[in-house]
Write a protein that binds this ligand. Structure first.
Ligand SMILES: [Zn+2]
Length: 130
């Protein structure tokens, strides 16, 4: 039984992780641009219209912001997970289950590159059986 991914396989994972990271950072910068734009739009409002604009938009605005920040927080932690996966490729622990020490399937690693455990092992850990 295979105990480690080959160099070629690891390179394929690496490429996939890097492209995911690129996608995440693009999404985050899109959101950031959106936030900055809405800030500058508001500061350009003439004094007469500030009151009505503010009252009408206050609710949806803060809701939008909250949604954006939640999204960014999630994306940031996802990004950090991808970074951690890259580190594991470098140090050679990528794809090796922390619980049983055996290789985690390629399909699962492609789906969740930052995973360090088999689904079954994770379950057993949760139940306190490990
Ligand atoms: Zn395992």
């Amino acid at each position: 039984m295979k105990v480690k991914y080959t160099k070629a396989e690891l390179n394929r994972f690496k490429k996939m992780i890097l492209s995911k990271m690129e996608q995440v950072s693009r999404e985050v910068s899109d959101i950031q641009t959106g936030i900055n734009n809405s800030d500058s739009a508001k500061s350009g409002v003439s004094p007469d219209s500030i009151y009505s604009v503010h009252m009408a938009d206050a609710g949806t605005d803060s809701h939008e912001r909250e949604k954006n920040y939640l999204f960014m927080t999630r994306e940031n932690s996802y990004y950090q997970n991808l970074e951690a996966a890259l580190e594991r490729i470098t140090d050679g622990s990528f794809g090796i289950c922390k619980i049983c020490g055996e290789l985690i399937g390629e399909e699962r690693m492609m789906e969740v590159p930052n995973t360090t455990k088999h689904v079954d092992c994770k379950e057993r850990e949760k139940l306190g059986l490990v």
